[in-house]
Design a binder for this molecule. Structure first.
Ligand SMILES: Nc1ncnc2c1ncn2[C@@H]1O[C@H](COP(=O)(O)OP(=O)(O)OP(=O)(O)O)[C@@H](O)[C@H]1O
Ligand SMILES: [Mg+2]
Length: 445
């Protein structure tokens, strides 16, 4: 057979395979055959199809959603039995740019008509998703007079996030998963010092904390854990943690030591005339300290006795002080809980206000998502509520007024065992001798 004929046959098979992928892929998957979704499917079929659909529906979509603007009188006769009073106007849809393809979808730019604002475009985003049959449309307006529409064709957060062993980009930045545009999800504690992680049970909170520990473990950072659910989650990282509290009495001791440490670091900075530990020369800088709390509510639960009420209040005060004073002194808080509202106990809302980074997994009710994201962005609340039970590990991440969807990386037991075998930084506390023991609370170190 001549070589050119083979090339033609193979090319024809390839094209037929691509065009019929939607038909054969689910059938193969149903039979247990692992199917890899090739990126070229998007470039060859997905992108041209979506772009065509956008261009062909734009005029009608703009008209129905009030994006078109009437510019000139329409002198056409409308119909024999119809009387039109006033001036009939011809709506003109806004000018749409060429759809620029991206890895996960495409981007469009629209020039606003004089007198228009981006508001109606934000409101029309859901209608665009349905009209264009795409996963999501995100509308932003970074420049005056312009609206950018980022179209995501298929949910890039489907499927597990692959493990990565890439080195940490900078100190205290942790690559914990993937965000919806396919880029790594970085939790950067230098930029946003304290984080709140919420979600219903089995939504992926502890897995995110595990992913954070996995990413921070190779860095010269002291990790301190509070896990009052029997230390079943943070206990896995045993040896790498500088301290671990497994009940509230131990947590009070541990947090008191952390507050003492903050005060000691303050004294050092004051003596050297510096406003934060990051201004100190590297050899004099104390080791950064990350306090990770799994299931905050356990710290506030009381049995009605006076002692337990006092202990819960003490815990709340110490956490709040850590959040208020820690950032400049290299002490960071990452707190996870199902619901973090005023119903938990005193000073919880004040603590929440200090936690600038927010991660909301699937929530059972609107109020829980609202508590985490409502004060940052109301749109994000709606997105968090749309996370389904099957999307464990998917969350809405909000920071500094921006928000996005992301999925954490699932940490395997083998990874956890490897971390547990690592050594914590030597002598991370200024206030304590080496080896570190949290004597106040009798904390297991
Ligand atoms: N990023 C992820 N990718 C895939 N699966 C995940 C991910 N995160 C969590 N899961 C799955 O969800 C299950 C529950 O996760 P996790 O224990 O982190 O939930 P949780 O919110 O801490 O629940 P709880 O409130 O009961 O402690 C995990 O056992 C895992 O199977
Ligand atoms: Mg958990």
């Amino acid at each position: 057979m001549p070589a050119s004929l083979v090339v033609w046959i193979l090319s024809a098979l390839l094209i037929v395979g691509v065009l019929t992928q939607r038909w054969w892929e689910p059938r193969l998957e149903a039979r247990g055959v692992p199917v890899r979704r090739w990126p070229w499917h998007w470039w060859l079929v997905g992108y041209p199809g979506t772009a065509l659909r956008i261009v062909s529906t734009w005029r009608r979509l703009a008209y129905l959603n009030g994006l078109s603007v009437s510019m000139r009188p329409n002198n056409r006769v409308i119909g024999r039995d119809l009387v039109v009073q006033g001036t009939a106007l011809r709506p003109r849809p806004p000018r749409l740019s060429w759809p620029v393809p991206t890895k996960t979808g495409l981007t469009l730019r629209v020039q606003l008509h004089p007198g228009q604002t981006p508001g109606p475009y934000y409101a029309a985003a859901r209608a665009m998703e349905h009209a264009w049959r795409v996963h999501s449309v995100r509308v932003t307006s970074p420049r005056r007079g312009q609206v950018i529409m980022q179209v995501t064709a298929m949910d890039p957060l489907k499927g597990d996030v692959p493990a990565t062993r890439s080195p940490a980009p900078v100190l205290l930045a942790a690559d914990v998963g993937r965000i919806e545009d396919g880029e790594p999800w970085l939790i950067d504690l230098r930029r946003i010092p304290h984080w709140l992680v919420t979600g219903a049970t089995q939504s992926g909170k502890s897995s995110l904390l595990a992913s954070l520990v996995l990413a921070l473990a190779p860095q010269p950072v002291a990790l301190v854990g509070i896990d009052c659910k029997g230390a079943m989650e943070l206990g896995l990282f045993g040896g790498r943690l500088t301290g671990l509290a497994i009940n509230r009495t131990q947590a009070v001791g541990l947090l008191a030591s952390v507050v003492d440490e903050i005060q000691a670091r303050m004294t050092v900075c004051r003596a050297l005339g510096k406003r934060s530990i990051w201004e100190l020369p590297e050899h004099e800088r104390p080791v950064p300290l990350v306090v990770i709390v799994d299931e905050l509510a356990e710290l506030y639960l009381t049995d009605g006795s006076r002692e337990s009420r006092d202990e819960a209040e003490q815990c709340g005060t110490l956490l709040l002080r850590t959040a208020q004073l820690g950032a400049a002194l290299g002490v960071h808080l990452v707190i996870a809980g199902q619901r973090v509202g005023s119903d938990l106990g005193p000073r919880v809302t004040a603590l929440r206000a200090q936690l600038g980074g927010r991660v909301a997994h699937r929530a059972h009710d609107e109020a829980s998502a609202e508590m985490t994201l409502g004060d940052i962005n109301p749109d994000a609340v709606v997105t968090a509520q749309n996370i389904t039970e099957d999307e464990q590990g998917v969350a809405v991440v909000a920071m500094g007024g921006r928000w996005m969807r992301a999925r954490s990386r699932l940490v395997t037991t083998a990874d956890a065992a490897e971390i547990a075998g690592m050594d914590p930084p030597v002598n991370p506390f200024l206030t304590m001798p080496d080896p570190v023991t949290f004597e106040k609370g009798g904390v297991a170190a």
